[in-house]
Design a protein around this ligand. Structure first.
Ligand code: B12
Length: 352
């Protein structure tokens, strides 16, 4: 795929200068706000502009406007829940568009303008456009009880709920699919809609990681496949539970697994691959602005003489769910939307 690299670089560079310009423009339009805004509000405003640019530059780079549309739908829910008027958000995007139009070439603006105009339409639309993370997660009664315990700070009760189930015959996979994953998504939705704090989100995630580690002895069932796989996240990516869940499903299906977790530098991954010689590498990304880092990681691995040419690289996570076909464009050998399907995919790709 030929990517919009030059325009992407321009937008990335703008992250250092544009936020202050937009804040100044905003104050010219609304002098009352210039007086009312605290330093904290000014900083946040500029961070939001930089964030918008991060998502925009990645969507432009990947030629996947849908990535930006999904982000805007997410932003609309997020800001509405803290009562930011949508008119103000649309105005800020208009200011961004105006400044970008001054800086970019006509050809570049032909790419950017439809994306930003659509974003403004989404923001101002009365229609409820729901981003994937804000969708209702129908929790089973057990998952709801688990979540209620966590939200009350009863980590041990949550742990015992799961351990009792596993000891009385429930499969670990059920716990992952029916409790951990939907509860994590629900925690995200509650945070996004301002119903729980960031501290509660951290507490619940930490507790679930603890519960998952208690299930470790139950993972090693099934016949071994004599095949190895490695899982990693790219540099900067802190969401590691999806990668961990994928790894554990491989382990349960008889693969030997190596879980490297969040925030891995490319050289570290290449060295590890050359030592362990796995048949499959799984790369997980949650934040859209890490997709180009996934592409870079794949490109560097595939061009490294230290890594076997037979290695199959699969990708997954939120942006790949949003943009169908994105996985192919960044050079991966496959994509799967879930841990279960990831194992099936790797089995197929690595079948002799
Ligand atoms: C926990 C959490 C965090 C934790 C992560 C801690 C940890 N140790 O992992 C912390 C606090 C660090 C965090 C930080 C942030 N987060 Co956060 N986070 C979450 C939360 C609530 C849960 C993530 C999770 O555990 N999911 C459960 C796993 C099992 O699901 P999964 O990742 O989708 O994985 C499955 C599939 O996607 C697939 N899969 C995943 N990887 C792979 C790989 C391969 C190869 C394959 C085949 C398949 C596959 O299989 C998995 C299992 O079925 C999500 C909510 C959500 N909807 O995911 C928000 C969420 C992802 N976070 C969000 C945000 C905004 C952030 C921050 C930007 C917040 C901030 N202002 O700082 C930062 C960014 C950090 C960064 N640079 O990466 C938003 C993202 C919104 C968006 N538009 O992009 C979300 C969606 C919350 C929300 N509803 O608004 N977060």
């Amino acid at each position: 795929m030929k990517k919009n690299n030059a325009l992407n670089e321009k937008l990335v560079d703008l992250k250092s200068s544009l936020p202050a310009m937009i804040l100044a423009d905003h104050f010219i339009m609304r002098p009352d706000m210039a007086e009312r805004y605290t330093k904290h509000q000014k900083d946040n405003f500029q961070k939001d502009v930089a964030w918008i640019l991060s998502f925009l530059s990645e969507a432009v780079w990947a030629k996947q406007p849908v990535l930006f549309e999904e982000f805007i739908a997410w932003l609309k829910t997020f800001l509405s829940s803290v009562r930011v008027p949508m008119k103000d958000v649309a105005e800020s995007i208009e200011l961004i568009q105006r400044r970008i139009n001054e800086i970019c070439t006509a050809e570049e603006n032909d790419i950017i303008n439809p994306i930003l105009s659509k974003a403004i339409r989404i923001i101002l639309s009365d229609e409820q456009i729901v981003s994937i993370p804000a969708m209702d997660n129908h929790l089973s009664p057990l998952a709801q009880e688990y979540l209620d315990n966590l939200l009350k700070g009863n980590r041990n009760s949550a742990l015992n709920l799961v351990l009792d189930k596993v000891k009385t015959g429930s499969h670990v996979k059920e716990m992952y699919l029916e409790i951990f994953q939907p509860v994590q998504y629900e925690i995200g939705r509650l945070w996004q809609t301002n119903k729980i704090s960031v501290a509660q989100e951290h507490y619940c995630t930490g507790a679930t990681q603890l519960v998952m580690s208690q299930l470790y002895p139950y993972l090693f069932t099934g016949v071994r496949k004599e095949r190895k796989m490695v899982t990693t996240c790219v540099s900067g990516e802190l969401h590691e539970m999806g990668a961990r869940m994928v790894t554990d499903f491989f382990e349960m299906q008889g693969w030997d697994t190596y879980y490297l977790g969040a925030n891995m530098p490319i050289e570290g991954v290449i060295n590890f691959l050359s030592e362990t010689k796995p048949e499959c590498l799984a790369i997980s990304a949650t934040m859209t602005f890490h997709v180009s880092a996934v592409e870079e990681m794949i490109r560097m691995i595939k061009s490294s003489p230290a890594v076997s040419a037979d290695l199959k690289i699969i990708v997954g996570g939120y942006p790949f769910k949003v943009a169908g076909g994105l996985w192919k464009n960044i050079g991966a050998d496959g994509y799967a939307p879930s841990a279960e399907e990831a194992v099936d995919l790797a089995d197929k790709l690595t079948a002799a």
